[in-house]
Design a protein around this ligand. Structure first.
Ligand SMILES: [Zn+2]
Length: 132
C-alpha cells in the first residue's frame, strides 16, 4: 500500500472540461466548479458521453501505468491499482496468453491474474534498422 499512499499524494489530473493539469485527490475530474457545471451541461446534450468517458478513463489509465513504470514498478495488486483510479475495463488491446490474459493501453502492456497486474512494460516498436 505504500505506493498507493505515495501516488495519492500527488496525483496529476487533467480537467475534463478545459484540459488544465492540476494536482488533486484521486477521482477528482475538474479544476473548478465552473468547469464541472460546463462539462455536465454539455454532457447532458451530448450523445457521445459514453465515448468521452471511456476515452478519459483510457487516458487516466495510461497516466497511471506511465507513472508506475517511471517508479520502476512492474507488478501491483489489482485492488491497489483500482484505488489509484485504474479502470480495468478501459484498455486498448487484449490477447490471451498461455496462463493469463495480456492487456495493453497504447504502448504499455501487462499481464493480469485474478489478483495481480504483473509484467508491466512498455512495448518496444522495432526500429527500421532492426527489420532488415
Ligand atoms: Zn477546468
Amino acid at each position: 500500500m505504500k505506493y498507493v499512499n505515495y501516488l495519492m499524494q500527488e496525483q496529476e489530473i487533467t480537467c475534463l472540461e478545459c484540459g488544465t493539469e492540476f494536482y488533486g485527490r484521486v477521482g477528482k475530474k475538474f479544476c473548478s466548479p465552473t468547469c464541472k457545471n460546463s462539462w455536465h451541461n454539455r454532457a447532458r446534450r451530448d450523445s457521445s458521453l459514453i465515448r468521452r468517458t471511456v476515452e478519459s478513463s483510457i487516458e487516466r489509465n495510461y497516466k497511471i501505468l506511465t507513472r508506475l513504470l517511471k517508479l520502476g514498478i512492474h507488478s501491483m495488486d489489482k485492488m491497489e491499482c483500482s484505488l489509484l483510479g485504474y479502470k480495468f475495463e478501459c484498455v486498448t488491446g487484449y490477447t490471451r496468453a498461455v496462463n493469463h490474459d495480456v492487456f495493453s493501453v497504447f504502448d504499455i502492456r501487462y499481464a493480469l491474474s485474478s489478483t495481480r497486474l504483473f509484467s508491466l512494460e512498455r512495448i518496444t516498436v522495432p526500429t527500421e534498422s532492426e527489420n532488415y
